[in-house]
Design a protein around this ligand. Structure first.
Ligand SMILES: Cc1ncc(COP(=O)(O)O)c(C=O)c1O
Length: 391
């Protein structure tokens, strides 16, 4: 199977981890020999309620048995998507009351960019150095790493960059700016938190020049940081909120949310301003709704802060320079990229799943399912500390 994987399935790196998966349940992924691997990554923050949560599986199965794809997005009234978007509107602050469901995080970002240009009639986009918003041409244009973009130029024009947390650069946002696009917590850059008052200052500057603020919550979203969305910690409501990953508990999804007034611009002049075949798919929407229900019923959002505290208490080691992030969106910062690499690879041998961050090479990601237990955290931390002693 591994040879076929390497031969027939297009690869993204020279050295994929290539574990052969047989099944997954709760906080564990099982390999072909039936060995359990403790999952501290959750499919890169996607499996928010653990693998194959029974309530999530049931919701998917019930919807599959009833109907699957019946029409492109936006034409038929399908209860799973309608009740989910209504529920989301009730949980989000005004004016975030209208949701466009799409198929991935990057598509959600494309939709958000188009919406900002359509609403403002402007073209300029401002993103942050060291940002990551996805890999299609629009979101790639916003990526704050030149070496990842060069081979794919020309990208979309009229994109400028500011440094995240640099208050002094906010006057680069002007009357020409359609939108400022930021990750609420920078992910790939190393789980960088916004400084006190920074996001609020960005929003105020946007308001004063008529630009929109787009916040990308694809990683922190859906409860991972101790709030449903991380912007709730920072006293700053975006004009457009972008989400994905943990939203459907492990099925492919993305969404952008804004005001009904703004969203209505996508349906006229031109009509079909953004379209998608599978966005709002009823099976995915059922999974989104079940995931949201589980997050609240099992009190997982609040618990993520207690679990963060436990990780921080347990992970004390001279080789750990810092633990960044919030809730269960954490990154261990080691002394060198070699140590980080070594920790991930040794952990894999000890059946603990860890992963790198995209750009900060000294970092090791800790983004387990929010359902992880304290005993499982202890078990994984013991393995990490044992490896750090040895490398
Ligand atoms: C902050 C952020 N934005 C956008 C994306 C892109 O999402 P997707 O991979 O679903 O297209 C990701 C994925 O890692 C992300 O972390």
């Amino acid at each position: 199977m591994t040879e076929d994987f390497l031969t027939y399935q297009a690869q993204t790196t020279l050295h994929p981890l290539a574990m052969e998966v047989s099944k997954a349940s709760g906080s564990f992924i099982y390999d072909q020999k039936g060995q359990p691997h403790l999952d501290f990554v959750a499919g890169v923050s996607a499996c928010s309620v653990g693998h194959c949560h029974p309530k999530l599986v049931r919701a998917i199965q019930e919807q599959v048995a009833s109907y699957m794809h019946v029409m492109v997005y936006g034409e038929y009234v399908q209860s799973a998507a309608v009740s989910y978007t209504k529920k989301l509107a009730g949980l989000l602050p005004a004016p975030l009351n209208c949701t466009y469901l799409v198929n991935s995080g990057t598509e959600a970002m494309e939709g958000a960019i188009k919406l900002a240009r359509r609403v403002t009639g402007r073209t300029e986009l401002i993103a942050a150095h060291h940002s990551y918003h996805g890999n299609t041409m629009g979101s790639l244009s916003l990526m704050g790493y030149e070496d990842r973009k060069t081979s794919f130029r020309p990208l979309i024009p009229d994109v400028r960059f500011i440094h995240f947390n640099a208050f002094i650069e906010l006057d680069l946002i002007t009357e020409k700016t359609a939108a400022v696009v930021l990750e609420t917590i920078q992910g790939g850059a190393g789980f960088i938190m916004p400084n006190l008052g920074y996001l609020k200052a960005v929003k105020e500057r946007c308001l004063s020049v008529g630009a929109l603020l787009i916040l990308d919550e694809i990683q922190p979203g859906f409860g991972r940081t101790g709030a449903l969305f991380a912007f709730e910690h920072f006293d700053c409501i975006p004009d457009i909120l972008v989400m994905g990953k943990g939203m459907a508990g492990g099925l492919p999804v993305g969404a952008f949310v804004s005001s009904k007034e703004y969203m209505d611009t996508l349906k006229d002049k031109p009509s079909l301003g953004h379209i998608t075949t599978f966005g709002g798919n009823p099976v995915i929407a059922s999974a989104c709704k079940a995931t949201l229900d589980i997050l609240f019923e099992e009190d997982l959002i609040r618990q993520s802060l207690e679990k963060e505290a436990h990780f921080r208490k347990r992970l004390q080691h001279s080789k750990i320079k810092e633990i960044r992030g919030k809730g269960l969106m954490l990154a261990i910062i080691l002394e060198t990229p070699e140590q980080a690499n070594s920790l991930v690879l040794h952990a894999a041998k000890k059946q603990l799943i860890l992963f790198w961050l995209l750009f900060e090479k000294r970092a090791v990601r800790l983004s387990p399912p929010l359902t992880i237990s304290i005993e499982e955290i202890d078990k994984g931390c013991d393995i990490i500390l044992e490896i750090l002693d040895a490398i």
